[in-house]
Structures are given as structure tokens and as C-alpha cells.
Design a protein. Sequence first.
Length: 242
Amino acid sequence: MTATQPAASETASILIVDDMEENLVALEAVLGSLGHVVRAHSGEEALKAMLRQEFAVVLIDVLMPGMNGFETAANIKGLDQTKDVPIILLTGAAVDPNYAYRGYTVGAADFLIKPFDPWLLRTKVNVFLDLFRKNRQLTDQSEQLKRLLTADGGRPTVTPSASPPASAPTEPSYGTDDKDTTDPEERPPLLDDTGRLSEVVGQLAQAELLLRDANGPGGADLADRIVELEQAVGRLMTERET
């Protein structure tokens, strides 16, 4: 795997929808290196594909027989499972000037007119792919944080026996009701939760900076969620230190 390619776990899928095979071939040629491209020849086929797997972005041709691009986009946004998937609508040059407005009203994130610049299309799609991967990373870190919050951690409590043998050294108690006056070098090591929490904070801060620098749609909202997680981890670390 080269340095410029995402890891297999970060590979995002792109759905392209057009009733003309030559248009699908052209789109796949432009976008194939960015992620896994899935073809659909109709709006109905696109909806079935989106219910079977997760996509980072979907590109839909407006002028299709049967369910057109606007109707397909509206149906995608109407389903809980697919409502958050960004949609880019594509149409020919000779279009109604109201098409763009109509596209945004049904929930499309962008609207491009054919023939489109391949570099521009790749750039726009790549923004959504980056947001998808960062959102996935944030979700994974949130799950990791939940596991840390719910796991037993902190300093272990050792309950001394009622009457230890005279020859045996008395075990220090680390219970919450006793003051700890033991030499720090003689204490049992703390669990590694604090170190892991510090690592999570660093990862969250890095993800927040990347999202704010991306200036893409939804990036600010995700960054705000990261800040909330950072604050929660900070409070937890403070509690463990006291």
C-alpha cells in the first residue's frame, strides 16, 4: 500500500447513478482511484444499493427515465438509513435554470453541469470522502472512550484481612475511605487508563484541527462534537487524579 492510498479500513464507497452506461464508465474512470465505485442504472437500483451498504457520497444524473434524479434524491433523504449521505446532482448543459434550486430543496449537497471538469469533480467528491473517513474515525474514538468510561479503572482497592499473621507485613489499603500514606515507590502501579485517555485526547484534538481546516460541509459540526468529547475526557482525567 502506498502512502497516498487510504488504509483498507478507511476505504469509502461512491455510488454513481445514471441510465446511460457510457456516462457511468466516464464517472468511474474519473473517480475510481478515490474509492470503491458502485454503479446503478436507475433510481430504484440506487435505493436498493444504498440499503445494502454504506456510501460516503452518491452522484445522480437528473434526467433519467422512471424515477428521475430529484425523486431519487428525495427518497434517499426520506430514509433514516440514508438521509445523511451527501448527494451531488449531475445534469446536461441545456437545463432549466431552476434545476439547481430544485436540487438543493430536495437535499442535494452540490449540483454540477455536464460536461464537468474532472479535476473539479474529483475535488468535490474527495471533500465528502475525507469527511466520511474523519466521521468514521470520530465514531471509533467515541466507542473507545465509552469503553474506557465504563471499564473498571483507577486504583485497586485491597481489603486487609481481619487479623494478619504477626510475621506477615501489613498490606497497605488503597480503599476510598483511607488516606494513602504509603511511599509512592511501594504503591502498586495504576492501571493504564490515564495514559490511554491522554492518547485519546491527542487523537481528538488532531481530528478537530483536520476538520476545521477542511472547510467542507458538516466539518464544523463534527469538530464541535470532538470538542465536547475532549472536555468529557478532561473531566474524567481530573476526577481520576483527585
